[in-house]
Design a protein around this ligand. Sequence first.
Ligand code: SAH
Length: 267
Amino acid sequence: MCGFGVSIMTEFTGGDVYQAEFDPKAFLEYFKFGEDTWRDDFLIFILKQYCKTFTSGGVKGDTLIDIGSGPTIYQLLSACENFKEIIASDYTDRNRQELEKWLKNEPGAFDWTPVVKYVCELEGDREKWAEKEEKLRKKVKQVLKCDVSKSNILAPASLPQADCLLSALCLEAACKDLNSYRAALKNISSLLKPGGHLVMVIVLKETYYMVGQRRFSCLYLERESVEEALREAGYDVQCMEVTPNRSQRTFSDFEAVLSLVACKRPA
Ligand code: SAH
């Protein structure tokens, strides 16, 4: 038992809470580029990592599956240059709908242009942003329901193993403890070809994050636990970078962001 004022634990927010209370529009507030220096820095770090991974890092192939896409597309902007087909996925109906809205260019869709322009600039040509949006819209072939706690995470859909899996800020949100994290990592890995790449962005030592007024729990992870879970799931880590969180903001208590590329060992 902990006394008052000792620590505030955020009760685990599982799938039902996401489905009922994760507001895509509120989450997308984090991606309004150019309005808040700190928020921009966070996004810039991640965008640079993706750019590096998918350009100089040479992660490429035919198919990429993004696991727990949420309502966002920024994670796919560099990836879409290197893959023929992308499958996005998320647990909640509203997130998948929000994503579809952008893919179909429907009214009311989130405006990603500032982020798209920035990624084009990183890749060497800011003027190509409209083409990139078009390219991404064509390459995302499906937006599927996904539950990382299931052994067949995309059921009832079934897909051939992909060349690359991407998963950002999802497993630590979806898992209650380290055991379920390890299991979820194995669940997602069944969708990856041996020799294929796993690209992840993970928040370290976070216990909660805010989406609008709603607090969501996060599994407290240390870098070593992630490395251990990856080893156990059959991966060799190829690169890993950590950047500390210097902000005092209260929308989340993460201490650092970890970005990694790992290779699935042949069986
Ligand atoms: N990948 C996005 C969104 C991260 S937010 C980004 O980089 O910004 C965390 C996401 O995990 C939410 O969209 C939530 O719906 C999803 N999620 C929560 N529980 C899940 C589960 N059991 N299986 C799959 N996704 C889940």
